[in-house]
Design a protein. Structure first.
Length: 319
């Protein structure tokens, strides 16, 4: 098992390197084809000569591949450049905005997984019933509705009509405590978690139905093991492997969803920073964030593959 896991990790890491290079270079080329950072830095009132001087100082008069290789060399050493607007290190800027997004994403994923497992188990053990049909309809609707629209509805209902929750903002756990910080993030986390939960529930329910149709379940029931006992001893673990895979794939959805949810709820996180950087043509920040997102997605998929391989021996042997 240990050797198989090492081989799986090695293959994923080797595959991640060209993916990161392609993604970051494509982003770099696209950014510099739609805008001019030298003009942004020099200002609107700068003359053409001043813009050219800034372009030379920033090294933007070199060929694009040379610029990218220079950025990549610095990025590998942890230097992601300086923001064109904030006049500070991009690494420090991302660090300042990372905590709200991490807390929001973690809370949303915990809510989604917990609810999906509970509902998926409830309908998966008794497929075809009224609860099954009702929750499947809710899941279809939850996947179709954009999370920013869900967020607006939640604000209207639970912050305006029923003023139980704050309409937005963020409070650091170091300032108000973890409980109050999570209270501020509960509505945005619910908005972010809905589509994730619905997809996970459908996956877990389908996996459970498939497992309950396997021969070993019938054998266990014939031996007198209760349906609930079969679920906890055998079916739940085997059915969890596809769910874990889906969770890993949903990290990308979690990132893109956070971009809009943070804006709707005025949360000063990575999502808000990304949109501000795109609007302001702050290319070094955008480039660094794209690289960060790619790393997070690849890392999440690697962890999901490892957990799914551990849960499912057949998948592990194929790896």
């Amino acid at each position: 098992m240990g050797t198989l896991i090492v081989k799986l990790v090695a293959r994923r890491l080797l595959a991640a390197v060209p993916i990161l290079v392609v993604v970051t270079f494509a982003t770099y080329a696209m950014l510099f084809s739609i805008g001019d950072p030298a003009s942004v830095v020099a200002g609107e009132s700068a003359s053409a000569q001043q813009v050219e001087q800034v372009r030379h100082e920033l090294g933007l008069d070199r060929p694009l591949p040379a610029q990218y290789l220079s950025w990549l060399g610095h990025a590998v050493r942890g230097d992601l450049g300086e923001s064109l607007h904030h006049r500070g290190a991009v690494t420090a800027l991302i660090s300042e905005n990372l905590a709200p997004t991490l807390l929001l994403s973690l809370l949303a994923m915990v809510i989604a997984v917990a609810a999906a497992v509970l509902m998926g188990a409830a309908i998966g053990m008794r497929p075809g019933g009224p609860l099954d049909r009702g929750l499947r309809a809710v899941a279809f609707l939850g996947i179709a509705v954009p999370n920013f629209l869900v967020g607006l509805v939640l604000i209207l209902v639970f912050a305006v009509w029923l003023p139980w929750f704050p309409a937005g903002g963020y409070r650091s756990p170091s300032e108000v405590g973890l409980g109050d910080a999570l209270w501020y993030l509960l509505l945005p986390a619910l908005a972010l978690a809905l589509s994730l939960m619905c997809q996970q529930m459908r996956t877990f329910r389908a996996s459970l139905v498939k497992e309950y149709g396997a021969a070993y379940v019938g054998t266990a029931l014939m031996k007198g093991v209760s349906r609930r006992g079969v679920f906890f001893r055998h079916v739940s673990r085997n059915a969890s492997a596809p769910l874990v895979t889906v969770i890993g794939l949903e990290v990308g959805v979690l990132i893109t969803g956070a971009l809009l949810v943070e804006v709707v709820f005025a949360i000063p996180g990575i999502g808000t920073l990304t949109l501000d950087a795109v609007r302001g043509q702050d290319f070094p920040v955008v480039q660094a964030l794209v690289a960060l997102f790619a790393l997070v997605v690849l890392g999440a998929n690697l962890v999901a593959d490892l957990v799914a391989s551990w849960l499912n021996p057949e998948a592990r042997s194929r790896s």
